[in-house]
Design a binder for this molecule. Structure first.
Ligand code: T46
Length: 140
């Protein structure tokens, strides 16, 4: 996963490896560029499921594939890109005002998300047109 700086970027976590297996940790105030206010995870995801399909007004997040893999399609209102998450040491930081769609989940995939705010439905753009209008006025 090679990701340019901008609306998304890679967050790389430490890995402690020994014969018993691997250990990775996340420290608030160190590895994540915001105060972690919420953690949630997606699991039991059918392989043909599509999730996301929205953007956030203020929320920042870092998304990890703790197990298995999935694809994230990212759109900043100008450029589209896609990333495969498959390494539990590597997260995808997603800034505010970024449209995301997730699919191609492997069997048993687990997605963990660290978020900068508690859940708030009013923070969502679930309409792509409303998202595009917001990016245009934000970046004008
Ligand atoms: C994102 C991707 C990666 C809650 O009650 N609390 C929560 O913290 C979350 C995230 C969701 N919900 C409720 C809201 C909906 O009724 O759970 C339901 C499913 O949420 P949603 O359709 O938004 O789930 P995803 O998987 O499409 O999107 C989620 C996050 O919402 C989103 O911010 O980036 O995961």
């Amino acid at each position: 996963m090679t990701i340019p700086e901008g609306f998304v970027r890679e967050i790389r976590l430490p890995q402690i490896h020994d014969p018993r297996g691997d250990l990775t940790f996340v420290e608030g105030g160190n590895h994540i560029p915001f105060d972690i206010r919420r953690v949630y995870y997606l699991y039991n995801v059918p392989v043909d499921a599509e999730r996301g399909g929205h953007a956030h007004k203020e929320l920042e997040q870092v998304v990890f594939a703790l197990s298995g893999s999935f694809r994230m399609k990212i759109d900043d209102g100008h450029t589209q890109s896609e990333y495969w998450l498959r390494d539990p040491r590597k997260g995808l930081y997603i800034n505010r005002l970024v449209w995301r769609e997730m699919d191609s989940f492997s069997q048993g995939a687990v997605c963990m998300v660290l978020a900068s705010q508690p859940y708030d439905e009013s923070d969502y753009y679930r309409s792509y047109d409303a998202f595009l209008a917001a990016t245009r006025s934000n970046r004008a």
